[in-house]
Design a protein around this ligand. Structure first.
Ligand code: PLP
Length: 440
């Protein structure tokens, strides 16, 4: 018998419980770029890596007033457990927010969640058995890929072009998977100002994508945290506005207000909503009443639409700074020019590997997210995501100038040593792992 206090045989030197973890935790490996991001968060580094909203553009006094009023007028409710479906007053207001994107729903079918990240977790928990297929754009949101992995889903990417997901590619992928006897559970899509690609699904393609999914009995999970943050013209109406039975819609206050409240929501067909609430209750009992009531108070008393306009202006200016700096410093490369959201996707020449370049970039005091983070299958080496949401326009220009030094230096190096065999050991790690917490 084992002596109390002796190391357990299931473990190793680093973790005594190593062999006891559930199989699904195999997808929970720490990213090797995590350490670099710790360095990248130093103030001298221009970070084009994270997806942190610009909360300094919020009137903090207005938020403080909302918090104070909630405590004064509804303190007992705010500090108590609430309903698993969320606070009715906020769910009512969420209908108003969604109406801006053409969605008509009922309060009954809205479930508030701890950010849309929890919504992703709940939906995946409800539908995925190990090995089930989730279709997702190529590339896709790193935080969703992480959730899908944690439920042992098999993520199959579908190609996009400048108009978003390509209907023919979707048809072919479905046919191929069906031919292999695979079970496809849902299409996960970010139709507006895509993270990380910056692309928007065109209005013409929206009904077609829905029709393909309907015909193949595939549920659509529409993730839309950036839809209201457009620049020149609004995005087309949400997929959910066209189809209310086949679409689960995820929304969030993280980008239109602040992620610190951790308030998001799901609008789901009635039967699914029932299961969602049960799953949410078993995970967290109820989302924070305090957060929800504060958001509700803010929506009731502040000019929230005006604030979204302010955010749009802030992000638009930064996007312009980024694309003009790219045109100036990296004129030979290609990138997406988004009409909203936070992200530009930069394509690199085939011989460059973005992950390999990251340490040098951080040394040059600029950070980005390597493209591999956004694929479940190891692709993405020849691309990177650049976020324009957080740094000032001036710093964005400085960051792109530094990035150009790194990229041009790398191209030089490769041209100089091409064919000598000296660079062959620079193989890329194809593993996609959990991102650092604020990488989203
Ligand atoms: C596409 C997408 N979905 C979901 C989330 C999660 O957001 P939250 O949980 O803050 O609502 C993010 C965050 O960046 C995102 O970009």
């Amino acid at each position: 018998m084992e002596e109390p206090g002796t190391p357990r045989s299931v473990g190793n030197n680093l973790d005594p419980w190593y062999s006891n973890y559930a199989e699904r935790t195999a997808g929970l490996s720490a990213s090797e770029v995590r350490a670099l991001f710790a360095v990248a968060s130093r103030p001298e580094v221009v970070s084009l890596a994270g997806g942190m909203p610009n909360v300094s553009a919020l009137p903090h006094d207005v938020i403080t007033d909302s918090i104070a009023r909630v405590m004064r007028e509804q303190g007992a409710t705010a500090l108590q457990y609430g309903s698993g479906a969320g606070q009715p007053v906020l769910r009512e207001q969420i209908l108003e927010v969604m109406a801006l994107e053409g969605i008509r729903g009922t309060v009954d079918n809205v479930v508030t969640t701890v950010g849309s990240q929890q919504a992703l977790d709940l939906v995946t928990k409800l539908f995925i058995d190990p090995g089930d297929v989730i279709l997702a754009e190529a590339p896709s949101y790193v935080g969703a890929i992480g959730v899908f992995r944690s439920y042992q889903a098999s993520v199959v990417h579908v190609a996009m072009d400048d108009d978003g997901l390509i209907p023919d590619a979707l048809r072919q992928t479905i046919a191929q998977l069906r031919g292999q006897g695979r079970r496809i559970k849902f299409l996960y899509t970010i139709p507006n100002f895509h993270n990380p690609a910056g692309i928007t699904l065109s209005a013409e393609r929206r009904p077609e994508i829905l029709e393909i999914c309907r015909a193949n009995e595939i549920l659509v999970v529409e993730d839309n945290p950036y839809g209201l943050l457009y620049f020149d013209h609004p995005a087309p109406d949400a997929l959910r506005s066209i189809d209310d039975e086949g679409v689960i819609y995820l929304g969030s206050f993280s980008k239109t207000l602040a992620p610190g409240f951790r308030v998001g929501w799901v609008l789901a067909p009635h039967a699914i909503r029932e299961k969602l609430i049960l799953a949410a209750e078993s995970a967290i009992l109820s989302p924070s009443a305090f957060s929800q009531l504060t958001v509700a108070e803010y929506l009731k008393t502040a000019d929230w639409k005006g604030q979204i306009d302010t955010f749009r202006g802030v992000y638009h200016e930064r996007k312009k700074a980024m694309v003009s700096a790219l045109a100036e410093y990296l004129p030979d490369l290609t990138w997406t020019d988004p009409n909203g959201g936070f992200y530009v996707w930069l394509s690199l020449p085939d011989q460059l590997d973005s992950k390999q370049m990251l340490p040098r970039a951080v040394k040059e005091l600029v950070a980005f997210t390597p493209g591999t983070a956004f694929f479940a299958d190891g692709r993405g080496r020849h691309a990177m995501r650049l976020s324009f949401c957080h740094p000032t326009p001036e710093n964005i220009r400085v960051g792109i100038r530094r990035l150009a030094t790194v990229i041009n230096g790398e191209i030089d190096l490769l041209e100089t040593f091409a064919g000598t065999g000296m660079l062959e050991s620079r193989s890329s790690d194809r593993h996609v792992s959990t991102p650092p917490p604020n990488l989203n």
